[in-house]
Design a protein around this ligand. Structure first.
Ligand SMILES: Cc1ncc(COP(=O)(O)O)c(C=O)c1O
Length: 402
């Protein structure tokens, strides 16, 4: 990850960056943020309170109310502002939740977070303040046509035990872009409700906002579900705003952690977005501007793959269902994805080797975990085309023993 951060400065401005998770600069959306900032600095100078006043540790009261009212109105969820808390980004929310729910118990035993579908978001992997927090489950792999595949949860091997403190999924999943079906989510919800543990759903890319999701799915919430959202993939990662919707006792514990660790949260993002939640405009921004932009970009990137990756070789791309990435699998690859990363880096082309997204698995070797890469398609199309052409050349070379 450090490598990625430093990549551009080392490789220069012509580096082809297909590694990171930065959102695209969408002109129509950026205009909305600029208009909102303009409104904040104009009379009656709402910005003064935003800059000068600390919010309480749960978040800005008007924002919390706007979130609760939005989900009540749009999805008839039975929640109030007491079911909502803000964090300094979704990443921080996960650090709090994972360590709050799992780890060493009073009796000395350890509890874990169960990840039902590996590969899963790299950002959870090192979040434990104690011992390893995660136990993961291998998926079933559905092969689709010559060059596509899709993961499904393998419920036959999913094992909720007395040590399982919570189940956690990202939907869409970073890195694979897999979107768990409504049936899979309903099944997970039933299992966790029966076990009396929370189901955490990481909605960083999903519905109803930011809407970087290409499948029609139904957002759900229930007393045992902890739903996290973020303003980052709307195009506001710099405001560091995460949102948690959960049972009141969980929100109280979460808010206490904010108070202890950070006192209060960054409030600029909340101020920018509040009126858009109140009016419902956040929905049209997500559905009419953000989703079509990324869906088109994803299709374009897939076309480049079909054009530049050799058709006679056994590569497959995960069905593109959301988020910012294509997840490509090179079956029976003669080199590891880390070695492919190094070869691409020598050509100033950056992707993320898939190895990092497989963690919490039993030790039994699984070659698939060394045969995948994550490629971000948020860069302009010309950059993507060049990068995928170079990828095609290196993949051919590797399969031919070079
Ligand atoms: C699946 C997922 N969850 C959470 C996050 C955290 O995002 P943020 O802290 O910017 O809200 C990310 C960021 O890329 C992500 O991909």
């Amino acid at each position: 990850m450090m490598d990625l951060g430093e990549a551009r400065s080392h490789a220069g401005e012509d580096a082809i960056m297909m590694g990171g998770g930065n959102p695209s600069h969408i002109a129509t959306v950026q205009e909305i943020w600029r208009d909102r900032l303009q409104a904040l600095i104009s009379p009656p100078f709402e910005i003064d309170s935003v800059l000068v006043d600390y919010d309480g540790p749960a978040g800005n009261p008007r924002f919390l109310e706007a979130i609760a009212a939005f989900f009540k109105r749009e999805f008839a969820w039975n929640i109030s502002s007491k079911n909502v808390a803000v964090s300094n980004g979704g990443q921080t929310a996960f650090f709090f939740l994972h360590n709050l729910l799992a780890g060493r118990r009073d009796d000395g035993s350890e509890s874990h977070i169960l990840l039902p579908l590996m590969p899963e978001y790299i950002g959870y992997a090192d979040q434990s303040i104690g011992s390893n927090l995660f136990v993961a489950n291998r998926p079933k792999i559905e092969l689709i046509g010559e060059h596509q595949f899709k993961y499904h949860i393998n419920f036959d091997t999913l094992n909720i035990t007395d040590q399982t403190a919570a189940v956690c999924v990202s939907r869409p999943t970073n890195p694979s872009s897999n979107v768990l079906t409504d049936d899979e989510i309903a099944h997970l919800s039933d299992l966790t409700r029966e076990a009396g543990i929370p189901l955490i759903i990481d909605n960083a890319y999903g519905a109803p906002f930011p809407g970087v999701i290409f499948e029609e799915v139904k957002p759900i919430w229930d007393e045992h579900i902890i739903l996290t959202l973020s303003l980052s993939k709307l195009g506001l990662p710099g405001t560091r705003t995460g949102i948690v919707i959960a049972r009141e006792d969980i929100i109280e514990d979460f808010t206490t952690m904010t108070a202890i660790i950070g006192l209060a949260n960054s409030n600029v993002g909340q101020a920018i977005v509040t009126p858009l939640l109140e009016s419902g405009e956040i929905l049209s921004i997500s559905q009419d501007l953000i989703r079509p932009f990324y869906e088109k970009r994803a299709h374009q990137a897939e076309q480049f793959l079909n054009e530049y990756l050799p058709a006679d070789l056994p590569w497959r791309v995960h069905k593109s269902e959301g988020a910012f990435f294509l997840w490509i699998w090179f079956a029976n690859f003669p080199i590891t994805s880390k070695e492919l990363y190094r070869r691409l880096k020598d050509r100033k082309t950056f992707i993320i080797p898939g190895e990092y997204f497989f963690y919490g698995l039993e030790t039994e070797d699984w070659p698939h975990s060394r045969e995948c890469i994550r490629l971000s398609f948020t860069q302009p199309e010309a950059v993507l085309e060049k990068g995928i052409r170079i990828l095609g050349e290196e993949v051919r070379r590797a399969y031919e023993g070079g």
